[in-house]
Design a protein around this ligand. Structure first.
Ligand code: NAD
Length: 495
C-alpha cells in the first residue's frame, strides 16, 4: 500500500487537517492501493501560493530549457512504463495493454512538448507604415489549475501538465481521487526530471472540497478541466464570471455508422473495441452504432457473438478483455440505464448482468451489453452511460444515419465504416463532432493533433498538441509594434 501525499512548493506533505481517504482496486475491493491526503482549503491556498511564487522565475526560464526537463521526464516515464501501467490497472481497472497505452501517451506528450520548447513561435508581419515592425509573442498565462478524471490517469494529466509547463506556466494539479497514486507517480517523475520547487503542485482530495475550491480560487489565472459535462459547465460559468481563461473537455455520446458496403468484420472489431474497451468508460467510447438497414441483422448477429465471447476479469491477467467499472456508484448507474433501456422497449441482446464469478467476485463487473431496436430519441441513445452498454440503431440511408449521429447534445467523436469514398467524404463534412474516424473506431486520438468536442462535449479545444491545441489554451498573446522612424506616424490615418 502506498502513502500518497500532496506536493506543494517542492515538498511532499500530508493534508493540514491530517485527513486521508483510500484508493481502492475496483477489480478487488479488498486491495487498498493507496492512502491519500485529503486536502482542505488551506492546502489549496498553499499550493496556489507556491505556484504564484515559482511563476516569477519559471516564466523567465528559456523555453528550450523548460523543454529539456520534459524530455528527461519522458525518458523516466519510458523506463518505468510497465511498472506504472501495472499500478494503473490496479488502481482503476483498465486492462494492462490499455494501461501501457495510457502511459505511452504520457511519454509521447512529454517528448512532443519538449520539442515545443524550441517552437513557441509568434508572428512577425510587415507594418503598413515605413520604419515600423509588428510582432506577436506567446506568453504564459500564470498559475494554471488542472483538474482531471480517473479514466486516463496519466495521459490526460500529461496532455495538460506538459503544455502548461513548457509554455512557462506554473501548475496546481488536482487529479481524480480514484487515481491519486498514478497522479503522484507522474508528479514525482517530473520532480526527478529537475522541475524547480513550486512549478508543479499536487493537491489530492474530493471534487467538491478540493476541486471546487481550487476552481473558484482568485489566485489562479486559468483552468483546464476534463470530466463530466455538468461539472465542466458549472466550472466554465464560474471562470467566465471572474474573467479567467478556461477550457473544459467533457462527456460524449459517440457513434459508429456502418454502411451497407462496409467491411463488416472490421466494423464489428471496431464496435467491440470502441464500445467495450476500458469497459466503455472512455469519453470517446462508441456507445451507439448506427447500422444501414441492409446489413442490420447480419451486423447484430456478428456483434453480439463477438461481445459474448469477451472475458471479464482482473486487467492484470493477460486473458482478460474487459476489466471492472471504477466504483459501486458507477456500477449502479450503468445497471439503472440497462433497466431504462428495457423499459423504453429496446431489446437486450446480450450481457447486462453483474458478474460475480471467479476473479470477478470482489469487483465491479458488468457483462458487455448490447441493445437492439433502439430508436434515436431513447434515453439510452441520448445520455452518456459510461459503461459497457452499446445501443444499435437502424438507419434507412447515409443521410438518415448522419442525422441520427448528430441528434444528441454531445459532439465528441464519430466514425463511419464504408468502402465508398463519396460516402466517407459526405460523412466527414456533415458529422458534427470534434473528431471523425473513417474505417476506424471512435477511439484512438494521437497527441500531435488537437483533441476536443462540439456542443456539450467541449468548451474550448485545448488538449493534446497540434496547432490550435494545448498551446493556445496555455498561452496568451502579446503584440509589439516598434516604430523606429523617429517621428509621429498614425496607423490607418497616414495613408
Ligand atoms: P467528474 O466530472 O466526476 O470528475 C472530474 C474531475 O473533477 C475529478 O478530479 C473530480 O474530483 C473533479 N470534480 C468533481 N466535482 C468537482 C467540482 N464541483 N468542482 C471542481 N472539480 C470537481 O468526472 P469523472 O467521473 O472523473 O470522469 C468521467 C467523465 O469525464 C465522463 O463524463 C467522461 O466523458 C469525461 N471525460 C472527458 C474527456 C474528454 O476529453 N472530453 C476525457 C475523459 C473523460
Amino acid at each position: 500500500m502506498l502513502i500518497v501525499n500532496n506536493f506543494i512548493g517542492g515538498e511532499w506533505t500530508g493534508s493540514s487537517s491530517g485527513a486521508t481517504f483510500e484508493s481502492i482496486n475496483p477489480a478487488d475491493t479488498s486491495d487498498v492501493v493507496a492512502v491519500v491526503s485529503r486536502s482542505v482549503r488551506e492546502d489549496v491556498d498553499n499550493a496556489v501560493e507556491a505556484a504564484k511564487g515559482a511563476f516569477r522565475r519559471w516564466r523567465l526560464t528559456p523555453a528550450p530549457r523548460r523543454g529539456e526537463i520534459l524530455f528527461r521526464a519522458a525518458e523516466l516515464l519510458a523506463k518505468r512504463k510497465k511498472e506504472l501501467a501495472e499500478l494503473m490497472t490496479r488502481e482503476m481497472g483498465k486492462v494492462l495493454t490499455e494501461a501501457l497505452g495510457d502511459v505511452q501517451e504520457a511519454i509521447d506528450m512529454s517528448y512532443f512538448m519538449a520539442g515545443e520548447g524550441r517552437r513557441l513561435s509568434g508572428e512577425t508581419v510587415p507594418s503598413e507604415l515605413p520604419d515600423k515592425d509588428c510582432k506577436s509573442v506567446r506568453l504564459p498565462i500564470g498559475v494554471c489549475a488542472l483538474i482531471t478524471p480517473w479514466n486516463f490517469p496519466m495521459a490526460i494529466p500529461a496532455w495538460k501538465i506538459m503544455p502548461a509547463l513548457v509554455s512557462g506556466n506554473t501548475v496546481v494539479f488536482k487529479p481524480s481521487s480514484y487515481t491519486a497514486a498514478c497522479a503522484a507517480q507522474l508528479v514525482e517523475i517530473l520532480q526527478k526530471a529537475g522541475l524547480p520547487a513550486g512549478v508543479l503542485n499536487l493537491v489530492n482530495g474530493s471534487g467538491e472540497e478540493a476541486g471546487g475550491y481550487l476552481a473558484a480560487h482568485d489566485g489562479i489565472d486559468g483552468l483546464s478541466f476534463t470530466g463530466s459535462t455538468a461539472i465542466g459547465l458549472a466550472i466554465a460559468k464560474g471562470c467566465a464570471e471572474k474573467g479567467k481563461k478556461v477550457s473544459c473537455e467533457m462527456g460524449g455520446k459517440n457513434a459508429i455508422i456502418v454502411m451497407d458496403d462496409a467491411d463488416l468484420d472490421l466494423a464489428v472489431e471496431g464496435a467491440v473495441w470502441g464500445g467495450f474497451g476500458t469497459s466503455g468508460q472512455r469519453c470517446t467510447s462508441s456507445s451507439r452504432v448506427v447500422v444501414h438497414q441492409a446489413v442490420y441483422d447480419r451486423f447484430l448477429k456478428m456483434f453480439s457473438d463477438a461481445a459474448s465471447r469477451l472475458r471479464l476479469g482482473n486487467g492484470l491477467d493477460e486473458k482478460t478483455d474487459v476489466g471492472p467499472l471504477i466504483n459501486e456508484a458507477q456500477m449502479k448507474k450503468v445497471l439503472n440505464y440497462i433497466e431504462i433501456g428495457k423499459g423504453e422497449g429496446a431489446t437486450l441482446l446480450t450481457g447486462g448482468g453483474v458478474c460475480r464469478e471467479g476473479s470477478c467476485a470482489k469487483g465491479y463487473f458488468i457483462e458487455p451489453a448490447i441493445f437492439a431496436g433502439v430508436t434515436p430519441g431513447m434515453r439510452i441513445a441520448q445520455e452518456e452511460i459510461f459503461g459497457p452498454v452499446v445501443s444499435v440503431i437502424k438507419a434507412r440511408d447515409l443521410e438518415d444515419a448522419v442525422r441520427t449521429v448528430n441528434n444528441t447534445a454531445y459532439g465528441l467523436s464519430s466514425a463511419i465504416y464504408t468502402r465508398d469514398v463519396n460516402k466517407s467524404a459526405y460523412a466527414e463534412r456533415e458529422l458534427d463532432t470534434g473528431i471523425v474516424y473513417i474505417n476506424a473506431s471512435t477511439i484512438g486520438a494521437e497527441i500531435q493533433m488537437p483533441f476536443g468536442g462540439t456542443k456539450r462535449s467541449g468548451y474550448g479545444h485545448e488538449e493534446a498538441g497540434g496547432r490550435g491545441g494545448a498551446l493556445d489554451m496555455f498561452t496568451k498573446w502579446k503584440v509589439i509594434y516598434r516604430d523606429f522612424s523617429g517621428k509621429l506616424q498614425k496607423a490607418q490615418i497616414d495613408r
